[in-house]
Ligand binder design. Structure first.
Ligand code: PNS
Length: 169
């Protein structure tokens, strides 16, 4: 069985992520989407919330499963018997950081290869960071994140604003 892992922060999942997952699901028997921790980031959604949003938008793809994991990606792949890590690439800037991560993951677990899928053109400008920024300004997120989660992102942004005040001083 060909198993691939698609790791990421998914804070929140975007239409770009969903496009990569659908294409990966066509290439592998099982795709494990893993909501992980990037120690350089502060998260809007908890791991449980990120998993719930992912499961909601991916429920129609039978060979895709969603989990959260707080450990190393290389250990997760070993545990799951996954030989392939899928990463989406939007730009040359993505490539330089992803290439380094691919080599780190391979040195930690020589049994894995990273496979890069180019982002579809219509999603090149989309990132979770941009989504969070636009949500802060009240921009309609239709066309950025799946329709099923537009309200979740807006409500979470609103609750964060109530808790922290309108501006950070
Ligand atoms: O969506 P992101 O934030 O670009 O995803 C980055 C992520 C979460 C895939 C990466 O930070 C990661 O693999 N985290 C798990 C911990 C780990 O294995 N780190 C070593 C890889 S350099």
């Amino acid at each position: 069985m060909r198993i691939a892992v698609y790791p990421g922060s998914f804070d929140p999942v975007t239409l770009g992520h969903v496009s990569v997952i659908r294409r990966a699901a066509g290439l592998f028997d099982r795709v494990l989407v893993c909501a992980m921790r990037n120690s350089e980031k502060h998260y809007m959604f908890s791991p449980e919330e990120r998993v719930e949003l992912l499961r909601r938008v991916l429920k129609d793809i039978p060979n895709v499963e969603v989990e959260a994991c707080s450990g190393l990606l290389s250990d997760y792949c070993r545990e799951k018997g996954a030989a392939v890590i899928i990463k989406g690439l939007r730009s040359v800037a993505d490539f330089s950081s992803e290439q380094q991560m691919a080599w780190i993951n391979r040195s930690l677990n020589p049994g894995t290869e990273t496979l890069f899928l180019p982002a579809e053109e219509q999603y090149l400008h989309i990132s979770s960071t941009a989504v969070r920024e636009l949500a802060n300004y009240g921009v309609n997120l239709t066309g950025w994140v799946p329709d099923e989660i537009v309200n979740d992102v807006m409500e979470k942004t609103e609750r964060g604003r109530e808790r922290h005040g309108e501006w950070d001083h």
